[in-house]
Write a protein that binds this ligand. Structure first.
Ligand code: AR6
Length: 165
């Protein structure tokens, strides 16, 4: 099951929250900064040991001071107009994050709108990639709760529309 929820992902009580990180995995602005602030310095300490992450992939850590047991740090693509494999890289983020959540024994995951802030990916197109990729991944699997977290009303509407298609 996929649902849309508007609010701050750092408050979410799920098995894994996904972070929209960069390749260094050493923190940044946006949702990344918010997650690191809420999780406390132990998260950065753990991230330092990961050696970064490729665009389109993800790595998992503990949740530290968050309610969530795990943080999955996914590195979305920077938007360059759509002709540089952005959609495939974004889809790969969602799939890899779900694979890592499953391997960690999770059945509940919350995602921010990866790449749609600083990285400039158009929100409508990103929402369709998110919904299509997650729907395909969830096919044949039972008991999952996947939440698409929108920080603002506009993103919530866009995600809702992508879900209703
Ligand atoms: N809860 C939920 N969503 C949030 C929150 C929050 N607390 N804060 C922001 N968002 P962005 P990106 C939304 O820029 O585009 C960082 O510096 C935000 O409104 O956080 O993937 C990293 O270190 C937007 O819809 O991530 C990278 O360098 C969405 O989260 C770079 O930004 C993603 O926006 C990654 O850029």
């Amino acid at each position: 099951m996929i649902r849309v929820w508007q609010g701050d992902i750092t408050t979410f009580d799920v098995c894994a929250v996904v972070n929209a990180a960069n390749r260094s995995l050493l923190g940044g602005g946006g949702v990344d900064g918010a997650i690191h602030r809420a999780a406390g310095p132990g998260l950065l300490e753990e991230c330092r040991k990961l050696g970064g992450c490729e665009t389109g992939s993800a790595k998992i850590t503990g949740g530290h001071d968050l309610k969530a047991r795990h943080v999955i740090h996914a590195v979305g693509p920077v938007w360059h107009g759509g002709g540089q494999g952005e959609a495939a890289l974004l889809a790969s983020c969602y799939r890899t994050a779900m694979d890592l959540a499953e391997a960690a024994g999770c059945r509940s995951v919350a995602f921010p709108a990866i790449s749609t802030g600083v990285y400039g990916y158009p929100s409508e197109a990103a929402a369709e990639v998110a919904v299509d990729t997650l729907s395909a991944w969830l096919e044949g699997r039972e008991g999952w709760e996947v939440t698409l977290v929108a920080f603002d009303t506009r993103t919530a509407e866009i995600l809702g529309k992508a879900l209703e298609r």
